[in-house]
Ligand binder design. Sequence first.
Ligand code: AMP
Ligand code: ZN
Length: 110
Amino acid sequence: MYSCLFCKIANKQISSEIVFENDSLLAFKDIRPSAPVHYLIVPKEHIQSIAHLKDNHRGVLSDLVFSAKALALKLGLGGYKLVFNVGREGGQIIDHLHLHLLGGWTNNEK
Ligand code: AMP
Ligand code: ZN
């Protein structure tokens, strides 16, 4: 059993602003937003990163993307960015797979 930060958030051992949850994943507000709207979509299963995906994770990955799309629609975002940081050189700080949903900009502030 892993007990990294995002595992603890998924297990409700650490509180977060959860906006969506199902059996396989949850979405919550990023604590240090990099955009006016910034959510993290996180599988409940501990997978370290995109680089650690196995063939049997195709469904998990698909769920992440479809949940991000549904959340963006619910939030009324006209456009958005979906970002996976992969490994330290890719800017990944938390070693539990997560998809960043970023949006809410006006004009050209991105
Ligand atoms: P990454 O650099 O891709 O690993 O992104 C990790 C993200 O997790 C950063 O955007 C952080 O602001 C965010 N983060 C770290 N701790 C928390 C927390 N307790 N609740 C919500 N977001 C967090
Ligand atoms: Zn974890």
